[in-house]
Design a binder for this molecule. Sequence first.
Ligand SMILES: Cc1ncc(COP(=O)(O)O)c(C=O)c1O
Length: 438
Amino acid sequence: MSSASPQPQDAHIERLDDLEISRLRADFPILERSINGSALIYLDSGATSQKPSCVYEAEQHYYESFNAAVHRGAHSLAVEATDIFEQARSTVSNFIGANENELVWTSNATEALNLITYSFANASAGLGGEAAKRFALGEGDEIVVTELEHHANLIPWQELAARTGATLKYIPVDEHGALRMDLAEQIISARTRVLAFTHVSNVLGSITDVSALVALARNVGALTVLDGCQSVPHLPVDVKKLDVDFMAFSGHKMLGPTGIGGLYGRSELLDAMPPFLTGGSMITSVTMEKAEFLPAPMRFEAGTQRISQAHGLATAVSYLEEVGMDRVAAWEEHLGERMLTGLRQIPGIRVLGPEAGAARIGTAPFTVDGVHPHDVGQFLDARGIAVRVGHHCAQPLHRALGVNASTRASTYLYNTTSDIDALLNAVADVCGYFGVSK
Ligand SMILES: Cc1ncc(COP(=O)(O)O)c(C=O)c1O
């Protein structure tokens, strides 16, 4: 288990229960909806989470009372908007254990990961001067990822390798989707310059052993990039304890609005990296020939920023902090175990991912023997149950597991035990309906 794994067995964690969850659900009006004549059971939080009303009310309040462009105007409204924007940075950076100047706002995790790879490509092309040389890649250098990755933490590295001549390698998974840690030591070598890996698999919900991988990378002087998209919403995450160099995450998966995400980077690294996007608000001086750039985070925040979204995300983070991330993690582990145990008992269901007992968040990926996941999804939708079907932007992982697609049920703090039981009943009925017998 990584140091950020939930520890629900700890006596000091007072676990959430169905009664508390039912109170908290009142903060999420969408959960009152009915879908196809049944009450909505939302089990697709791995794709995007629902939002408590305080999040969009915060955005509305911002527009009603403070709207102005930040970091520019000398007028009062602009000063107040800037305060709100920077206060949001402080709240969110504190949530992940970072300093304020170590959090760059991005549109989402995808942009955060592309920011790193485009910056490294710029360094490789000679931009950024002496300080940026440590990010320059070329022939003979290696980038290492894993076979677990979401396409957002794979394709940008493929493109970086193609642009620089570096070689892309990966740590494979076994037939259950467990990372082959026994091979990691050989794959991560003196040639490795970057190790990029996911904290939690978006398909399997399995938690990666971050400290073991970081230790291997540190041994060879490689930079580490963590995809925190599926961990930051669900587990207590502290980037300093994890000791990673960079981490990407998305606001919309953690109760926040769409259009906002973040990149954590150690300040000495961010300050030395060449910018990705250039333009207004990220410079100290400009002539007709060249520009000098501000330190991080502003050197990476060109153009008018996502102000209401940052405020909305900070409100979401305060909400999560009030509930307590250790309690969120423990509740989801409880839901996940119930879901995985129940699915394993249904004949014809193959649960993907590591065996029982492995560290996972509350996500259950499965296939139904002989039934296409789209049919499974449609059947569940007819009962108001929302799940994700397809390859979940992880085609190589599905290939390694020997399937083209799967069905994924993913929980969050607003799911109840009865949501899980409704899913299990419906999946058993899918098997009956399609005549699955095994
Ligand atoms: C593990 C992981 N990484 C990256 C992403 C990309 O996130 P976004 O689409 O918000 O940029 C996702 C989204 O599902 C994800 O689950």
